[in-house]
Design a binder for this molecule. Structure first.
Ligand SMILES: [Ca+2]
Ligand SMILES: [Ca+2]
Length: 235
């Protein structure tokens, strides 16, 4: 055991310079990777929460459907479905859409269990870049999760053959909580991670801003709120 420790120490000492030099590169790669989750080379369809995945049951919320085209494209279509027992669709807006030729304007699927759409982008040389396709407005029915997903999505290349060049798409899950509970996503990065718990602990004991840290809704901030936040880790 001691031998192992000694070997390890010796190795670290010997390679200290390399380890120190290498570490920032590894960290940089991890950070860049996180930023590039959707910004890689793939043409993708993205469901974007506005502004947050963490919503309250008493309020409506919106999802922007966005296209990221890495090569020239001219048509996009598909449908978006969700678990409709937990929410209702209020409206779909095409305002600011990059689609300027609708073959099928966004229409509600049966019993508003989703939205289907099909359209073209009139642009010389095809469309490259990113922009919104539409915005869907929802009203939660109850607390729980609402998951949106694409069904049969297509993004067609401006190549005269209509090749489907869609390389990626995401699923989006909203977490609906009671209106008297604080959002577990303290730093607003759309995930509940150790960073949120760390921020909470930095502010512990909470004497002001009770409304920000009352995760169980009893009007005060106690250890129970730490437990309540831990319970939502990863959501
Ligand atoms: Ca967070
Ligand atoms: Ca509390």
């Amino acid at each position: 055991m001691h031998d192992m420790k000694a070997i390890f120490k010796k190795h670290v000492k010997k390679h200290k310079r390399k380890i120190l030099l290498g570490s920032p590169i590894i960290i940089l790669i991890i950070v860049l990777d996180a930023f590039n989750f959707f910004a890689n080379e793939k043409t993708a369809l993205i469901l974007l929460p506005e502004p947050s995945r963490f919503v309250t049951v008493d309020r409506s919320f919106a999802t922007t459907v966005k296209l990221v085209a890495r090569t020239a494209v001219n048509a996009v279509g598909g449908s978006i479905r969700f678990n409709s027992e937990n929410a209702d669709i209020l409206d779909v807006s095409q305002k600011n859409s990059i689609i300027n030729l609708w073959a099928e304007e966004p229409t509600f699927l049966e019993e508003k269990r989703g939205v289907s759409f099909q359209g073209g982008i009139l642009s010389e040389g095809g469309f490259v870049g990113e922009g919104p396709l539409m915005k869907i407005f929802f009203k939660p029915r109850k607390t729980g999760k609402i998951t949106l997903a694409f069904e049969n999505p297509q993004v067609l290349a401006h190549d005269g053959k209509g090749t489907n060049v869609l390389g990626g798409k995401n699923e989006l899950t909203y977490v609906v909580r009671d209106s008297n509970l604080s959002s577990p996503d303290i730093n607003g990065d759309n995930a509940v991670t150790f960073s949120d718990i760390s921020i909470f602990l930095v502010n512990w004991p909470v004497t002001s801003d009770v409304g920000k840290y009352d995760f169980n809704g009893d009007g005060k901030v106690t250890f129970s709120d730490i437990n309540a936040l831990f319970a939502q880790l990863g959501s």
